[in-house]
Design a protein around this ligand. Structure first.
Ligand code: BDR
Ligand code: CA
Length: 324
């Protein structure tokens, strides 16, 4: 049986890699394309990280990788290299046979949704520059997307790049607002706080258990996530954070959602102090909702999804230096 058709829009480093693995290997998913957007680390390094991830799953060349917007709409690119390093985990491979699709990511989003209107599910786990550009280029784009799941913002809670802003919304707040205003028929938001910090952050002993599963994927996971867990622990976050893979897991396994509600979500674009902060207005305010915000998930169930994924035996398509 065919899986749920998915496109992952990503700034590939750390948990973005886990999300791509889930899209490739979870039997519930059918990963149709990867679209790259500026975010976590240097753009070309992100693209290399995406191919490295395809490779470790034994799927190099199987899914098209489309290079997208190399900078936010209006702002200077802000990196998260302080959090993730360069996102390669010290791994490397021969990239000479690796091929990016010739089609720009935004054109790919427009074409793929035109070829299969109402079928494709977008998983947006980086800044929203590509998705916003697709919206602006073709105002019927949103209506052709079956669902859009966004990892971004906080539910009136703390940020991670400033006191009030989460990284994906902070990097390109104008893009985020364009997407929130675009009328996507099924828009879901998976926030950083409190959801990710409470339900999708795994403390050191649980993290170590995942790393010790004894497969190439588990070794890869450790390489990809070590820098981030070290950083997070140094700033008072108790464990390895998995908001991006949670975003896809909830589409594939909706029974993991324990609570969600409709909200009117907006992003601050005018202030410097609160740039990228999300306001999420619940029913009391009588505003027309534009998103379903996930409030609570089955954390143990999500951990089991990661465990199953990382226990999957795979053989890299070409050798990966450092994967021992
Ligand atoms: C988000 O920022 C990135 O660093 C992560 O991949 C995630 O998408 C969390 O704020
Ligand atoms: Ca990301």
């Amino acid at each position: 049986m065919a899986g749920i058709p998915v496109i992952i829009d990503t700034d590939t480093a750390q948990d973005d890699c886990v999300t791509i693995l889930l899209g490739l290997l979870d039997p519930a998913a059918e990963l149709r394309a990867i679209t790259m957007v500026a975010g976590n680390v240097g753009f070309d390094q992100q693209v290399a990280n995406a191919h490295l991830t395809l490779n470790v799953a034994g799927r190099l060349g199987d899914v098209p990788v489309h290079v997208g917007c190399r900078a936010p709409l209006l702002r200077e690119w802000a990196s998260a290299e302080d959090v993730h390093g360069d996102g390669s985990g010290g791994l490397s491979m021969d990239l000479s046979r690796v091929h990016n699709d010739d089609e720009h990511a935004v054109n790919a989003l427009l074409r793929l949704t035109a070829e299969a209107p109402g079928e494709l599910n977008l998983i947006a786990i980086g800044p929203l520059t590509n998705i916003a550009t697709a919206v602006v280029m073709d105002r019927s784009f949103a209506s052709r997307v079956r669902s859009l799941s966004i990892m971004g913002g906080s539910n009136n809670g703390r940020g991670n790049v400033t006191p009030s802003a989460e990284f994906n919304f902070y990097v390109d707040p104008e893009a985020a607002q364009i997407v929130l205003d675009a009328g996507f028929p099924d828009l879901r938001i998976i926030p950083w706080a409190p959801l990710t910090l409470r339900d999708a952050t795994f403390a050191r002993p649980e993290y170590d258990r995942l790393c010790a599963l004894g497969t190439p994927l588990a070794r890869f996971f450790r390489r990809m996530c070590d820098a981030t867990i070290d950083y997070d622990e140094s700033v008072g976050v108790d464990g390895s954070t998995h908001p991006d893979s949670l975003t896809l897991a909830l589409l594939l396994h909706p029974e993991l959602v324990r609570a969600s509600a409709p909200y009117r979500v907006d992003v601050e674009t005018a202030s410097e102090r609160t740039r990228g902060m999300s306001t999420m207005a619940w029913a009391k305010f009588g505003l027309v909702p534009n998103a379903e915000v996930v409030e609570e998930v089955d954390s143990a169930g999500f951990y089991a999804v990661l465990q199953r994924l990382l226990a999957t035996p795979t053989e890299p398509s070409v050798p990966i230096a450092g994967l021992d």
